[in-house]
Structures are given as structure tokens and as C-alpha cells.
Design a protein around this ligand. Structure first.
Ligand code: ATP
Ligand code: LTN
Length: 333
């Protein structure tokens, strides 16, 4: 059975982009593959966080993942900071990664641009992400399109390490959906829907009430003209709505567009709102149940961490030995 690993940052409210680009595929993958899903809380520290807020966000992110269908009896769900090997292997990865290749990461360039101070962690972030993936002998990494470059770097690092120190890591493949891999902001459809950019009206949150979802979709920026056509360059707003509806209903955006010949933007928006509400309503209900059971969620995360630690410890021991570190007597730590 192939091994799947993916992660989500607990840095903000989870949104429709992440849901369509990644999380719903995780829920499907868990039934077909040996799946590990991780709330990457250490990655969140690369930018300044309020401790109380972060604590709450880590747990609410785990609740959303469970609410959208991750089944702890089927997959392994855990918090990155509960498995110490992530930071240990990240160091080995940092020592294999080049300064130049980290500097070329577009996410680093975007997130550091215009900032007064930039942490060293933000710069080395992709090395920690590579460690996350490589620790689990991962075959496939289901992510949205924005993670393509980080995945490419992870593959390069794994191959470089294997070449230098002997076969140690499985070289993973990115698994990026054909439809929905890059959902755009509803108010600014040339920018990806994101939780770290303040855009309350342009971002549909997984936990938004149906009336809020309807309002956001109906106020989405569309383009000049009246015809519904899939053309991301000239009609980014309409194309984004077609992408959302396509991803929600299992069709390609062009196929969806064909069914609107002669219809206007109004009909398209109503249908998008309805499809998204239908998709997300069960998540909100289940989230409320999980919020009433913090001990249950904590137990799930503890079980996940124990299982993840077993796998991670074996890989980390192998990697340390490969580079020439000396194992401690009587144990693998
Ligand atoms: P930020 O927007 O702050 O960079 P994020 O929302 O991209 O954060 P995560 O929530 O950690 O970060 O991402 C979780 C998953 O969702 C990742 O696999 C990412 O590629 C995917 N994803 C995020 N935004 C979108 C989007 N707009 N469209 C499709 N997939 C997305
Ligand atoms: N960089 C990712 C989050 C992330 C991740 C990972 C995704 C950290 N480690 C390992 C997949 C596999 C993001 O910003 N969305």
C-alpha cells in the first residue's frame, strides 16, 4: 500500500481553497493508502504568533480535519511538535540544502517581501517540510498547486542525500488535483484564496454559515461581459467560480461552462453557492460535536503521535547513521 503524507499550517481559519485543493483528497486517500496527516504547528512559528491564539488554532485545525472526514481509525492524525524527529531530521536537511536553492523559493520571497524582520525559520521552512515528508517513507503528497516548488525541493534533497550517503529516503511524488488545485480569492481573482492575507469577503471559510457562504459567492467579483466562459486569463473571476463548481461536482471547468450557454452570471453564482453550502454544511455540524469533546480529540492526537513516532524514529535513526553519526549504546535515540 502506498504511503501518503500531508500537512496543514494552523495559522488561520481553514478555507475553501485548502478544502478543494487538498483536504477532501486526504479524506479520500485515507481509504486507499496508508495515510499520515499532520498539523504542522512548528511551521506556524516561522512568523510571530500569539501563544494563546496559536494553541487554540492548533486544536481547531485538528477538529476541522476530523470534521471533514479524517477517520482516526483509518489514518494517522497528529501534531508535528509531538514527534521530535521532525526537527532532528530538519537539521540534516538544512545541511544538505543549499542557501541559493532556499533563496529561490517563491513562498519565501512572497512572505518576506516588505517585512521589517524575517526569521531564519521562514528561510529554512522548506527543509523542515522535506523532513516531515521523508520521515514517513512517503510515496505521495496530496497538496494544492502552491506547494509544487516545495515538493520539487524535497525530491531534490532526498535524491542528493541518497546519492551522497546511500539509499536512505523514498523519493516522494506530489499529488496535485486536476481541478481545484488553485482556487482564487473571490474579491481578487488573480490572487490565490489564502488564510494569511486578510480578505474576509474573498475567502470562504470551511466553517462559514450557509448565509455567509451565499453572500460571499454572490458578491464575488466577476468580469466584464455577460457570457460564462472558462478563460482564466481574460475572465479570472468567472473562471474561478467555474473551477469551484467543477471541483465540487467532479467536472472540468470547461464542461461546467458548457452547461451555462445562454445563462448569466447570476445563475452560475446561485449554483456555486448551493454546491459549496452542500459540501461544507456537514463539516460545520461535526465540528460543533468535536468542540464539545476536547478529551476525545486529545486522545486521537496522542494515539496518532505514538504511531507516527514509531515510523519517524526508525527513519531518523537510519538517516543519522547514514551521515556518519554514532548511535547511542543500547537504544536508537
Ligand atoms: P497560506 O494561504 O497562509 O499560505 P495556506 O492556506 O496555503 O496558507 P495551508 O492551510 O497549510 O496553507 O495549506 C493546506 C493545503 O491547502 C496545502 O496543500 C495547500 O497547497 C492547499 N491550498 C491552500 N490554498 C489553496 C488554494 N487557494 N487553492 C487550492 N489549494 C490550496
Ligand atoms: N508548506 C505547506 C504545509 C506543510 C506541508 C508539509 C504540506 C508543511 N509540511 C509536508 C505537505 C507535506 C503549506 O504551507 N501549505
Amino acid at each position: 500500500m502506498a504511503r501518503v503524507f500531508s500537512g496543514v499550517q494552523p495559522t488561520g481559519d481553514m478555507h475553501l481553497g485548502g478544502y478543494l485543493g487538498a483536504f477532501r483528497h486526504w479524506a479520500a486517500d485515507q481509504h486507499e493508502h496508508d495515510s499520515f496527516f499532520c498539523v504542522v504547528d512548528l511551521h506556524a512559528l516561522t512568523v510571530e504568533q500569539d501563544p494563546a491564539e496559536l494553541r487554540e488554532r492548533i486544536l481547531s485545525t485538528a477538529r476541522v480535519l476530523l470534521a471533514l472526514g479524517l477517520d482516526p481509525d483509518v489514518c494517522t492524525l497528529f501534531l508535528q511538535s509531538h514527534v521530535q524527529e521532525h526537527t532532528g531530521l530538519a537539521w540534516l536537511m538544512e545541511c544538505v540544502a543549499g542557501f541559493g536553492e532556499l533563496r529561490r523559493m517563491t513562498q519565501f520571497k512572497d512572505k518576506s517581501a516588505g517585512q521589517e524582520s524575517v526569521s531564519a525559520g521562514l528561510f529554512t521552512y522548506p527543509a523542515l517540510m522535506a523532513a516531515d515528508i521523508l520521515l514517513y517513507d512517503t510515496d505521495r503528497v496530496p497538496v494544492g498547486d502552491d506547494q509544487r516548488q516545495h515538493l520539487e525541493l524535497c525530491r531534490d534533497l532526498a535524491q542528493r542525500f541518497n546519492h551522497r550517503y546511500g539509499e536512505t529516503f523514498v523519493v516522494p511524488e506530489a499529488s496535485i488535483p486536476r481541478v481545484g488545485a488553485r482556487i482564487m480569492d473571490l474579491q481578487e481573482p488573480t490572487r490565490k484564496m489564502s488564510k494569511s492575507v486578510e480578505s474576509p469577503q474573498g475567502t470562504v471559510l470551511v466553517l462559514d454559515e450557509p448565509a455567509v457562504i451565499e453572500r460571499k459567492v454572490k458578491r464575488a467579483v466577476t468580469d466584464t461581459g455577460t457570457d460564462v466562459r472558462y478563460d482564466p486569463v481574460h475572465k479570472p473571476g468567472v473562471s474561478n467560480l467555474l473551477e469551484i463548481l467543477g471541483a465540487a461536482t467532479g467536472r472540468s471547468p470547461s464542461e461546467v461552462a458548457d452547461s451555462y450557454t445562454g445563462a448569466g452570471y447570476g445563475q452560475l453564482k446561485s449554483d456555486v453557492a448551493e454546491a459549496v453550502v452542500e459540501l461544507l454544511a456537514p463539516v460545520r455540524e461535526r465540528y460543533a460535536e468535536l468542540s464539545a469533546d476536547p478529551a476525545g480529540v486529545a486522545a486521537i492526537l496522542a494515539k496518532g503521535a505514538a504511531k507516527a513516532s514509531d515510523v519517524a524514529a526508525a527513519t531518523f535513526a537510519r538517516a543519522k547513521e547514514a551521515v556518519g553519526l554514532v548511535p547511542p549504546q543500547g537504544g536508537r535515540r
